[in-house]
Ligand binder design. Structure first.
Ligand code: G3H
Ligand code: ZN
Length: 283
C-alpha cells in the first residue's frame, strides 16, 4: 500500500537498516523503483522535489501516476510518496492535499525559531491527514533544484528542541553530507549523529546518499539513521546508459529503445542500494 514513512522508519531504526528514498523524474523512474522494491521485498520511498513535481505536471499527476503504476505492476510492498525539500507550508499543503503520504519541510535556511514555527504548522496539517513529516537542521552541501548550500553542521541541542517542539516523525541533521558527487571521501559527523539520534529518539535521515562508502552507510545506520536519500546516482547511471545506447546507434530515434535500457539500469542501481542499506526482505 501507499503509506506514510512513520512505521517504515521506526521498523528500520529498530531493525538496524535504512529505507532508501529514491527521487523520481518521470514514469520510468516510478516503474524501475517499484519493480526493484517488489523484487527485493523492500519498503521504498519515492522522493519528489518541487522541481520534479513541476516537470511531471504537478502533484496530482505524480500521485495518479504512482498509484496507477503501483497497481498495474501488482506491487505489494509499502511505498511512500514523499515531498523532498518542501520549501514552504503552502507547498507541503498542496502535496498533502494531492495525496502525498509524506512531506519534508526544509526550513533549514531560516533562523531556528522560524524553522520551528513553519515545521509545527506543517506537522499539524500533515498529522490530520496521516502524513509523516521530515524536517532539517543545518545545511546539506552542494546543489539541488537550484538551491546551493555551504555545508553547515546541525547543532545537537537545536535538534532535540526542534523534535520536542514540533512533533516531527523524522529529522535530517546536516552533518557534512553533500547533494551530488563528493570531492574525495565524505567526512560525516558521526559523533554528532550518535548524539542527535540518542537525544531526539526519532529515526534520522541522511541526505546526499550518492557516493557514500558502504562502511559509512553502516556506521550511519548503527547511529540511528533509518532513511538514506539517493538521487544523483540514478541520474548518472541512467544518463550514461542513454549516451552509450545513442552513441552506438546514431540512427536511433525511438525513445523506448534508449529509455527502456536506462530504466533497467535505474532498477539495478536501486536494487544495489537496497542491499547496501539492508532493506531487502524487510517489507
Ligand atoms: O534529497 C535528496 C538527496 O539528498 C539526494 O542526494 O543526489 O547526492 O544522491 P544525492
Ligand atoms: Zn536532500
Amino acid at each position: 500500500a501507499l503509506v506514510s514513512m512513520t512505521k517504515m522508519l521506526q521498523d528500520a531504526k529498530a531493525g538496524k537498516y535504512a529505507v532508501g528514498q529514491f527521487n523520481i523524474n518521470n514514469l520510468e523512474y516510478v516503474q524501475a523503483i517499484l519493480q526493484a522494491a517488489e523484487e527485493e521485498k523492500s519498503p521504498a520511498i519515492l522522493g519528489v522535489s518541487e522541481g520534479a513535481a513541476r516537470y511531471m505536471g504537478g502533484y496530482d499527476v505524480v500521485v495518479a501516476m504512482v498509484k496507477a503504476v503501483y497497481k498495474a505492476q501488482g506491487t505489494t510492498v509499502p511505498v511512500a510518496i514523499h515531498l523532498d525539500h518542501g520549501s514552504s507550508f503552502a507547498e507541503c499543503a498542496k502535496a498533502i492535499h494531492a495525496g502525498f503520504t509524506s512531506v519534508m519541510i526544509d526550513a533549514s535556511h531560516a533562523p531556528f525559531e522560524e524553522n520551528v514555527a513553519i515545521t509545527s504548522k506543517v506537522v499539524e496539517l500533515a498529522h490530520l491527514h496521516g502524513v509523516s513529516v521530515e524536517a532539517e537542521l543545518g545545511i546539506v552541501g552542494g546543489e539541488e533544484d537550484g538551491v546551493v548550500g555551504e555545508v553547515m553542521y546541525a547543532d545537537p541541542k537545536e535538534c532535540q528542541e526542534l523534535v520536542e517542539r514540533t512533533g516531527i516523525d523524522t529529522l535530517a541533521p546536516a552533518l557534512g553530507s553533500v547533494h551530488g558527487t563528493y570531492k574525495g571521501e565524505p567526512k560525516l559527523g558521526f559523533k554528532e549523529m550518535e548524539e542527535i539520534g540518542a537525544a531526539t529518539g526519532v529515526p534520522l535521515v541522511l541526505h546526499g546518499g550518492t557516493g557514500i562508502p558502504l562502511k559509512d552507510i553502516q556506521k550511519a545506520i548503527s547511529f540511528g539513521t533509518a532513511k538514506i536519500n539517493v538521487n544523483t546516482e540514478n541520474q548518472i547511471q541512467q544518463t550514461k546508459t542513454v549516451r552509450e545506447v545513442l552513441a552506438a546507434n546514431p540512427d536511433m530515434i525511438d525513445p523506448r529503445k534508449y529509455l527502456g535500457p536506462s530504466r533497467d539500469v535505474i532498477k539495478e542501481t536501486v536494487i544495489g542500494k537496497m542491499r547496501e542499506f539492508g532493506s531487502s526482505n524487510k517489507a
